[in-house]
Design a protein around this ligand. Structure first.
Ligand code: FPP
Length: 239
């Protein structure tokens, strides 16, 4: 049975480093071209019917990279967020973040908060930027929240359900992604939305992220529409 446009698409924007290496330019330039590719994609995908896009911009593991690259990525993030604040009047995007922001430089934390506030009533795509995000870290923080509620007597252990946990994740209130895209020929989840992706369809391409376009997105959606999502059931007679 053919499906509609996914409400939520999550993207692992991989391959910026290899894109840069192929051109003998610094890795950070690859990330910059990657940020530009995301920008173009968000403009081109506006109006297609996608409600949420979550992108993996910086993982809890990315701190292990060379200091120069970490600094470059943070500066890019800073610049990108400031550009979105500046262009908010003409932008249609609603922007927020997932991940533990508490260890980021204070100006970045402040600007993300500001961007979230000023873009919250925009009519376009909800862009969720995963920064210092790790799925296990997100689940651990949620469990800690729940434990505190139990200790405070606000919740009893027997009443904890899947919805309780979902509601304590950074992504609370956002539907689970129907489709997860990873570029650059890698076939891993890399700690990205492990809870939310329980029933997601995965789509992979060899293209490096800076080369990804809306045509690739349309191909991913078309392939998704032809898959048989059974959620553990059998969908008898549907295919
Ligand atoms: C993975 O490529 C990509 C990242 C670690 C960073 C992704 C960040 C961006 C696209 C730009 C910033 C985005 C925003 C929203 C400001 P890689 O470096 O692992 O590539 P490689 O596997 O080829 O080395």
């Amino acid at each position: 049975m053919s499906k509609g446009i996914p409400k939520h698409i999550a993207i692992i924007m991989d391959g910026n480093g290899r894109w840069a290496k192929k051109r003998l330019v610094p890795r950070v330039l690859g990330h910059r071209r990657g940020a530009e590719a995301l920008d173009r994609l968000l403009k081109d995908a506006d109006g297609m019917g996608i409600e949420h896009i979550t992108v993996y911009a910086f993982s809890t593991e990315n701190w292990k990279r060379a200091e120069e690259e970490v600094l470059g990525l943070m500066n890019l993030m800073r610049e990108y967020i400031q550009d979105y604040i500046r262009d908010n009047d003409t932008s249609r995007l609603k922007i927020d973040s997932i991940g533990d922001l508490s260890v980021l430089d204070e100006d970045i934390q402040r600007d993300i908060k500001k961007l979230k506030e000023i873009s919250k009533d925009k009519p376009g795509i909800n862009l969720h930027i995963a920064i210092n995000y790790g799925g296990r870290d997100e689940i651990t923080r949620a469990v800690r929240d729940i434990a505190q509620k139990v200790r405070a007597g606000e919740l009893s252990a027997e009443d904890i359900t899947e919805d309780t946990l979902s509601g304590c994740l950074d992504s609370a209130g956002v539907p689970d992604p129907e489709l997860i895209i990873r570029t650059s020929g890698e076939y891993r989840l890399s700690n990205f939305l492990p809870w939310q992706s329980a029933y997601s369809e995965f789509w992979f391409t060899d293209k490096l992220w800076p080369d990804f376009t809306v045509e690739d997105l349309k191909q991913a959606i078309s392939d998704y529409q032809n898959r048989d999502r059974r959620f553990g059931g059998r969908n008898e007679g549907k295919k």
